[in-house]
Design a protein. Sequence first.
Length: 363
Amino acid sequence: MAYHVKFYEKEMKIYCILFDTCRQNEKIKSFFNSNDLHYSDYITNSWTATSLISLFSGKTPSELYHKGVGYYGTYKSILTDSEKEIWNEEMVLNCLPKDWNIHIHAMGPTRGDTKDFRFFPDEVCGIKRKVKYYEYKEGTDEESFVNEMQSLSNEDNHFIFLKYNHYHDALSLNDRRLKDESIDIFLRVLESINFEEENSLFWIFSDHGEWQNIDEHMRPPDSWLTWVSVTDNITNKKVSKDLIYMCDFKNTILNRIFSKKLPNDVLDNLVEDRIYVCEDGRSVANNDDYGEEDSRHKYSTTVSAIKKVKNRFIQLSFHSPNKQSKTIFYDNSNDAIKEVETNQKLLDFLKNGVWEWYFNYEW
């Protein structure tokens, strides 16, 4: 569905700021809490491309493409041109009115975030309009670039996506000192932000946790539970939810721009019976020995249905190549996991939805 007509009465800025791979961290939580800013649990997919796909489309990978997205089966490598057209229509960046400016900047050359290749949007979607990209100035951009964006004219509309790769890089190097330093960098970034900027919305989040802890059954928390902070100076209403889903971003943004009342806005009350679906298709969970062309790398391989029950989560996961399901209770307060009997309601939810292909596909 395309939205291109201007409905808003005031110009605004949307800040979408990603701290890649940065699992829940007490220092970051303390920053938001001590500054009376929203902070909550955040349900995601298991790796960056799919978490961003769901963020910008409001859909899980299997709702966009009939077998989801694998590590080597991303937007740029598996879809036909006609499929890309349909895919791109779902992305919120292609729903913005024509007078909006889009800014994209990745800091740190992670996984090809360089001048001629950008993980976002190249691995996620096509953007059918002019985009301003920025060259990375190491050691400078971390603390100054948000200020540069906040200095942009408030007489224009701006969508700003920033991707900080420092924690991801530190984890790749298995360097504890660099991981600690990356948290300090993120804190300085947060301290540099004027969270009182008028007519702005800040969506600051992590896309997944540390990948060495993610298995074929999407073990929590790193597989699907991270953190998010949302500050809404467009409605000037405080977000109070203690759980937000990655797919809620799109409707929230469309509601602000077009004064719509689409469901699952971050200002809506938490729906107690809501079931959240997450997917994984990373190579590490599917045995790299198969090779890039194997379907285990082209498509999603694990799907999870998750529900919050009081202060715990119940998760049913299904790993399609092995045709195995697993149900657990997860307590985020003490990181306790307990395997339980199959939850039929969660299983039926997956089997009766677009995710039913996981149960029937022959690998």
